[in-house]
Design a protein around this ligand. Structure first.
Ligand code: PLP
Length: 226
């Protein structure tokens, strides 16, 4: 992939997205790929490992690329929370998948020195064991209440999910998972009088489906960088 190819892919995908935010997932990409995307005015990036994110975010900071927004999208271990919260230009954590993890983030929130950190609660809508995410609605609602009663910089920004990996019909599975997330959002908005709750769903394989279910963020890696 060269600059022109990446520019073309970004242009095509962004046209489809309209006002939906594209998170360019760089977990398989080298720094040169990120710089190429940045040169095309791509400022939202996603990483799934704390060490990789730290390395890439520090590199961007050294270059004075300070208008980037980093989105953490992978499974986060509680012993990595502090390290993650200190990373420059961290904008959101999309993968808060348990009450235990949320409590650890809240406990360490003073490590985060910027104004706002967006928190997305991840739901396991496909009910696959290897997927992380809340499965119990009781625990999930406790997490929502906890976040609502926590003052800055953490902000309940939305909900995240993934379609099935293990499936013969990924389209059907994606539709099921995405519509479930949309329903949960409506329930939360009603029950907790939350005004604005975003959806983070859709990857290279299924982002077009996510668009039809009203997603606000898509997380795309391979369709851009492979
Ligand atoms: C890797 C990853 C993506 C991007 O996947 P692609 O299929 O490469 O687009 C999106 N979300 C999460 C949580 C991921 O781990």
């Amino acid at each position: 992939m060269d600059q022109a190819q990446l520019a073309e892919r970004l242009k095509n995908i962004k046209q489809e997205l309209c006002s939906v935010t594209l998170i360019a997932v760089t977990k398989y990409s080298a720094l040169e790929d990120l710089e190429m995307a940045y040169a095309e005015n791509q400022f939202d990036f996603g990483e799934s490992k704390v060490n990789d994110l730290k390395y890439k975010a520090n590199y961007f900071q050294e270059k004075n690329f300070n208008n980037v927004r980093w989105h953490f999208i992978g499974h986060l271990q509680t012993n990595k929370v502090k390290e993650l919260l200190r990373i420059p230009n961290l904008s959101a954590i999309h993968s808060v998948d348990s009450l235990r993890l949320l409590k650890e983030i809240i406990k360490n929130k003073s490590e985060f020195t910027e104004v706002e950190l967006k928190i997305f609660l991840q739901l396991n809508t496909s009910h696959e064991d290897e997927k992380t995410g809340f499965t119990s609605m009781l625990e999930f609602e406790e997490a929502v209440e906890l976040l609502q009663n926590t003052n800055g910089p953490l902000k309940l920004a939305g909900l995240m999910t993934m379609g099935s990996i293990r499936t013969e019909d990924f389209e059907l599975s994606a539709k099921k998972c995405f519509s479930e997330l949309e329903k949960v959002r409506e329930q939360l908005i009603k029950k907790y009088k939350i005004l604005d709750l975003k959806l983070s769903m859709g990857m290279s394989q299924d982002y077009k489906i996510a668009l039809t279910y009203g997603t606000d963020f898509v997380r795309i890696g391979s369709a851009l960088f492979k």
